[in-house]
Structure formats: structure tokens, C-alpha cells
Ligand binder design. Structure first.
Ligand SMILES: Nc1ncnc2c1ncn2[C@@H]1O[C@H](COP(=O)(O)OP(=O)(O)OP(=O)(O)O)[C@@H](O)[C@H]1O
Ligand SMILES: [Mg+2]
Length: 342
């Protein structure tokens, strides 16, 4: 589609370890449209970070890391780019914000110098104009006294300010896609709200698309347009924020939503029982089967594919979606009526 900045098709990232193959990402399809904020949500260990690092080609260079599928950025497959070409794309066209700002900031250099480096490297700008750009970026992300701050080192910044500094760095070359991996998880709630406001404002002002990786559904509700729910290396549901919160279709998504506190309610929260499967040793069929309250025989035999749920762009990978929709390569053909409905 013309308006897709990023289209990921059948992405698989498998790690070959001494204990066997870890299928951290195992057939992920997703897309990010121009100017939208897409959330990738799911429990710890479901493959969110590995997905984003595979897209940025930060994983895949070692012989133990096997990445396959297609990662189309403006229609061009990043998996066929050389490392040199990727270095041009990273930071300039698409940039990444990590959970820990110190992953991106070097303690030995002034914050301004590190931001200014981006236009120097990617746009061959001179030092003076790049320094000015660094100050502009620090202003844009709401750092007070930006001239003074630009000359300081990361340890002189508070945690929230460092993360703003990283956002400033990611913006320095006006990327059209930012991949943010838990950018607010390490921050206290007030600073978290400020960083979320900042990201929303950036998207509104500049049209930069954001892929927001988080396990926090509050962040999703507040910031995002669409959501992809990930479970054990696969996307199990995808839809708008309203689809996911008001009409979740996959039992895993329903579990996530039910485990959220409701304002004013004293009801006990219902956590999802059990643990995700071992990625070394995945079960046949649906990966959620052992935790699913609706499990049927077919779920233990065949993997469900993503199919439209109540409308075309709200999709879920669950045998409860009905036989006629779920005719992916997994279906046996015999009819299995769900015991329970939503
Ligand atoms: N280099 C590696 N070698 C082997 N396994 C790995 C490697 N990197 C990640 N994994 C495994 O891949 C799985 C997915 O990890 P990932 O970091 O993507 O999870 P996540 O969804 O980002 O979780 P969190 O919310 O905790 O950040 C995990 O089981 C992890 O142990
Ligand atoms: Mg992660």
C-alpha cells in the first residue's frame, strides 16, 4: 500500500543456541502507516524487542541469528541492504529510542555533541550548524536552558531529561519512522506522561510515524492509533485501539484487558493464569492453548492464522473466529464449534 512506511512480512528471527533453536519471532506480519502510532504489546519475552531490533537490522549479523522474511521500508527490503546502507538509514530515515537512555548516550561526550553528530554523519552538515540543530532539538523536546544543557554530559541530566535527549537525538535528521522500545518504562509516572505527550506532539507536528513497543496498556490507550498484540513470537490480534479495548477477540487480548484495573472499581484483577510456552519447545497448534479458557481440540493440532474478526482491519488468530474465516493452511476441515462464545 502506498501509505505504508513499513511493511513486515513473515518475519522470523531464530536464535541457534546450545540448548536448541529459540524461535523468538516466528512469522510476524505488520505494517506502519504514514503518521500513525502503532503499539506492539505483549508479555515479557514475547519477542517485541527482537522484532524491533530485527527491523533495524541490529540482529542478524551473527551466524547464530537467523532473520528471514521481508522488511519493506518504503517498498525496499531492508534484509537485502548492506551494513553500510543500513548505517545510512538508521538514525536518518528510521531511528530507535531504547528503554535505557544510556544505551544510546555515550557518557564521555557532551549531549549536544552526540545530537550534532547525527546531521554531521548523515547530512554532511558542518559543526556549527549541527550544534545549532542540537540546541533546536533539545528545545523541541522541552529541555530548559538548551544552550547550557547541550554542553553538559549525560550524567548531569536527570533520567527523564536523558530520555528526552535520546528522543532529541532520534529526531535530529527528521526521520519518518521512530521505533521506541519501552521508552518510558524506566521513568516515574510524571516524567512518563511528559515523554508520551512529547511523542504525541511530535507525531502531530511532524507526521513522524512511531512504532511503540510497550507492555503497558495505559500507554497504548493514551498514545496509540492501532495495536498489534504479540504472544510467543506471533501477532495474535491487530486492530484499532477501540477494537482492542472495546471488542477484543483473542482470549489472550481479553485476558490482558481484564487484567487492567478499572477506574473506581474495587473488583479483584484477573491475571492470565500460567506462563507463556518455552520458545525452545513450542507446542503444536495455538501457542496460547495451555492458558486459554476456551481451548478446543483443533487448538492443540493446528496453528490459527490471522483472519478478519468483526471487520476487515480487525484481525485475530484464533480458531474461535469460525471455520469460514480461518481457512489458513492450518485448518483440518472438520467442524469444531466453540464451546463458549464472547
Ligand atoms: N541473543 C539471543 N539468544 C537467544 N535468545 C534470545 C536472544 N535475544 C532474545 N532472546 C529470547 O527471545 C525472546 C524474546 O525476547 P525479547 O527481548 O524480544 O522480549 P520482549 O517481548 O521484548 O520482552 P520484555 O517485555 O521483557 O522486554 C526471549 O525469550 C529471549 O530470551
Ligand atoms: Mg523488550
Amino acid at each position: 500500500m502506498a501509505d505504508n512506511i513499513l511493511e513486515v512480512r513473515d518475519l522470523k528471527t531464530h536464535f541457534h543456541t546450545n540448548d536448541g533453536v529459540v524461535k523468538a519471532v516466528d512469522g510476524v506480519d505488520l505494517h506502519v502507516e504514514k503518521g500513525e502510532i502503532l503499539a506492539i504489546v505483549g508479555e515479557s519475552g514475547c519477542g517485541k524487542s527482537v522484532t524491533s531490533q530485527s527491523i533495524m537490522r541490529l540482529i542478524g549479523a551473527k551466524s547464530s541469528e537467523k532473520v528471514s522474511g521481508e522488511i519493506l521500508y518504503h517498498g525496499e527490503d531492508l534484509l537485502s541492504k548492506t551494513e553500510k546502507e543500513m548505517r545510512q538509514i538508521r538514525g536518518k530515515d528510521m531511528s530507535m529510542v531504547f528503554q535505557d537512555p544510556m544505551t544510546s548516550l555515550n557518557p564521555a561526550y557532551k549531549v549536544g555533541t552526540q545530537i550534532a553528530e547525527m546531521p554531521i554523519i548523515h547530512e554532511k552538515k558542518d559543526k556549527k550548524s549541527s550544534w545549532k540543530r542540537a540546541i533546536d532539538m533539545l528545545t523541541k523536546v522541552g529541555i530548559p536552558s538548551p544552550e547550557k544543557r547541550a554542553s553538559q554530559y549525560p550524567h548531569q541530566f536527570s533520567g527523564g531529561m536523558r530520555q528526552r535527549g535520546v528522543v532529541a537525538m532520534s529526531l535530529a535528521c527528521d526521520p519518518d519512522l521512530i521505533i521506541a522500545d519501552e521508552p518510558t518504562t524506566a521513568l516515574d509516572v510524571t516524567i512518563q506522561a511528559q515523554v508520551l505527550d512529547l511523542l504525541r506532539k511530535l507525531r502531530d507536528d511532524t507526521g513522524t510515524a512511531i512504532m511503540m513497543i510497550t507492555h503497558d496498556l495505559g500507554v497504548v490507550a493514551e498514545l496509540c492509533d492501532r495495536v498489534a498484540v504479540m504472544y510467543a513470537g506471533k501477532i495474535v490480534e491487530e486492530g484499532t485501539v477501540a477494537d482492542i479495548f472495546d471488542n477484543p477477540q483473542h482470549p489472550y487480548t481479553q485476558g490482558l484487558i481484564h487484567s487492567l484495573p478499572k477506574p473506581g472499581s474495587r473488583e479483584r484483577l484477573k491475571p492470565i493464569e500460567g506462563q507463556p510456552p518455552n520458545l525452545h519447545n513450542l507446542p503444536e497448534g495455538c501457542r496460547f492453548q495451555d492458558r486459554c479458557p476456551f481451548v478446543m481440540d483443533v487448538c492443540r493440532e493446528k496453528q490459527p492464522e490471522l483472519v478478519p474478526a468483526d471487520k476487515q482491519d480487525h484481525q485475530a488468530a484464533c480458531w474461535l473466529m469460525g471455520e469460514e474465516e480461518n481457512d489458513g493452511d492450518g485448518r483440518t476441515g472438520e467442524s469444531e464449534e466453540p464451546e463458549k462464545t464472547f
